[in-house]
Design a protein around this ligand. Structure first.
Ligand SMILES: Cc1cc2nc3c(=O)[nH]c(=O)nc-3n(C[C@H](O)[C@H](O)[C@H](O)COP(=O)(O)OP(=O)(O)OC[C@H]3O[C@@H](n4cnc5c(N)ncnc54)[C@H](O)[C@@H]3O)c2cc1C
Ligand SMILES: *[C@@H]1O[C@H](CO)[C@@H](O)[C@H](O)[C@H]1NC(C)=O
Ligand SMILES: *[C@@H]1O[C@H](CO)[C@@H](O)[C@H](O)[C@H]1NC(C)=O
Ligand SMILES: *[C@@H]1O[C@H](CO)[C@@H](O)[C@H](O)[C@H]1NC(C)=O
Ligand SMILES: *[C@@H]1O[C@H](CO)[C@@H](O)[C@H](O)[C@H]1NC(C)=O
Length: 417
């Protein structure tokens, strides 16, 4: 089977790894000229950890942990008033937490030397010429026309492949009314290994997190409060980096704490990334010989902490179902089976209570005080060792992140797991 994958982020290389084991020949396109080392902390949870173990990459994952000790909430005077150590029951720092870029590099390194996998960097699909029962034929940006048995859209939240191959009425984008900018800044002597979270008035949030590369990862987030502000943020999200920086500078200048330091360093950041927090929902993930995977199919937003785990799990299940096909079989049955198996889990993860972004972005002093008080009480309760134990026992193995991993014999890695 000849498979074309668009996008070498998280889902693309994971799929290539398992499809190669099953005997497929794979071409991966990546829009960027190099594999992007960009992105901040992402969690790998539950069954997705098992997939990474199967790939033999768990030690590399541990080595590139973010070194974070846990989370601290910062008050308006810049002092930590509540903390959640990584060893606690409700730590927002996951056991397997890694920078997105580090994971993307680990995954592509695991497939780069594989003779069954070809990476074409700086290359995109210009046009999908045909997608029918017999073949999917594409024209690439390098001018070549090629035919494949299957095209996989793993090109992220704003997938171009998706918009080329699926009618727009089958794709729903759910706006969460929240915007975030991520970028890396130099580490100063006052920085330490805690994730620091500060709530400024006007539904603004600033966070600083350590990384394993000697720099600090900054996040600025805002839920716009009124219509004119909503319009400004939405426009910025569709605009270029200059426009986004200009908006951030005017809207965070009076935010307090370390806002000014971050705004001053923002222009120099190599990896500025601005995102409207939106979920993607498709009525069907495949159309003939084209299938969407990862964020392209079902971006759940960082509010769930599960985007990367879903991308990894989906890649494993899709490869597994394809591996069950006989020689020359069309992929349709496998695409159906993949969706039937995985969709209920995805839909469960995508259910974010609608109050969540609002509660974490208090707008008024009263709401901020309420939020900070709740955080303080929770941090005291979970410091209690009994609660820690109960949380580990029942939160870990019976948590919402477990998906029963099917076994696919053709994906078994040599030496066996
Ligand atoms: C630069 C970047 C930074 C990110 N930072 C964070 C973060 O800090 N926190 C967080 O929670 N999530 C972040 N994400 C999202 C996170 O990676 C995904 O939610 C999740 O890991 C799912 O992975 P994916 O492989 O489906 O999509 P992605 O990781 O988004 O990968 C998609 C890949 O497709 C490539 N691509 C896009 N368009 C095309 C095209 N037309 N043709 C070919 N290739 C294309 C992109 O360059 C990218 O490499 C980031 C994504 C990117 C691309
Ligand atoms: C490449 O494909 C062959 C079968 O075509 C398979 O035996 C081999 O394991 C694959 N290589 C890797 C590194 O997975
Ligand atoms: C995290 O990585 C550091 C090296 O960067 C290592 O010393 C440490 O043991 C790792 N921690 C865990 C929990 O794996
Ligand atoms: C494509 O295949 C399906 C199922 O195998 C069949 O029902 C359909 O008629 C075929 N379409 C064309 C255009 O051949
Ligand atoms: C919208 O909110 C912003 C920030 O709170 C404020 O500066 C602006 O005046 C408000 N605009 C309107 C039209 O209320």
């Amino acid at each position: 089977m000849h498979v074309l994958i668009s996008g070498a982020g998280i889902a693309g290389p994971t799929l290539a790894y398992f499809l190669s084991k099953a005997g497929a020949t794979i071409t991966i396109l990546e829009r960027s000229e190099s594999l992007l080392p960009h992105g901040q902390n992402i969690d790998i949870k539950g069954s997705a950890v098992k997939v990474i173990e199967t790939m033999g990459l768990i030690d590399q994952l541990r080595k590139l942990n973010t070194t974070e000790m846990g989370a601290q909430f910062i008050d308006s005077k810049g002092r930590p008033f509540a903390q959640f150590p990584v060893t606690g029951a409700a730590s927002p720092t996951a056991e397997f937490e890694i920078l997105r870029g580090d994971l993307a590099i680990i995954l592509s390194d695991a497939t780069k030397e594989d003779p069954n996998v070809t990476y074409l960097l700086g290359t995109t699909i210009q046009e999908v010429i045909t997608n029918d029962n017999d073949t999917v034929k594409v024209k690439l940006s390098n001018g070549e026309v090629q035919e494949f048995d299957l095209l996989v859209a793993a090109d992220g939240q704003w997938s171009k492949t998706r918009s080329q191959c699926f009618p727009s009425e089958t794709v729903t984008v759910v706006d969460k009314g929240l915007y975030v900018a991520y970028f890396t800044v130099p580490r100063l002597s006052g920085d330490n290994a805690w994730w620091k979270i500060y709530h400024a008035l006007g539904s603004r949030i600033i966070s600083l997190r350590p990384d394993p590369h000697g720099t600090i990862r900054a996040l600025l987030g805002r839920m716009p409060c009124n219509d004119s502000q909503k319009k400004a943020w939405l426009e910025a999200s569709k605009s270029d980096r200059d426009a986004q920086e200009t908006l951030l500078k005017s809207e965070f200048a009076d935010a307090g704490w370390q806002a000014q330091r971050l705004l001053d360093a923002m222009g120099e950041a190599p990896d500025f990334y601005f995102q409207a927090v939106q979920q993607v929902k498709m009525s069907k993930w495949s159309n003939s010989r084209v299938v969407c995977l990862g964020d392209a199919a079902h971006a759940p937003t960082p509010l769930t902490g599960m985007g990367t785990s879903l991308a990894i799990l989906g890649a494993y299940i899709l490869a597994g179902e394809l591996s069950k096909l006989g020689d020359g079989d069309p992929p349709f049955q496998a695409l159906e089976a993949y969706e039937n198996t995985f969709r209920p889990f995805v839909e469960k993860i995508q259910k974010i209570p609608s109050f969540i972004p609002g509660i974490a972005h208090p707008g008024t002093p009263l709401k901020r005080w309420l939020f900070q008080t709740v955080v303080l009480i929770v941090s005291k309760i979970i410091a209690n060792p009994l609660v820690v134990w109960v949380g580990k026992k029942f939160g870990g193995s019976y948590g919402a992140h477990e998906f029963p991993l099917p076994h696919f014999s053709k994906l078994d890695v040599e030496g066996g797991h």
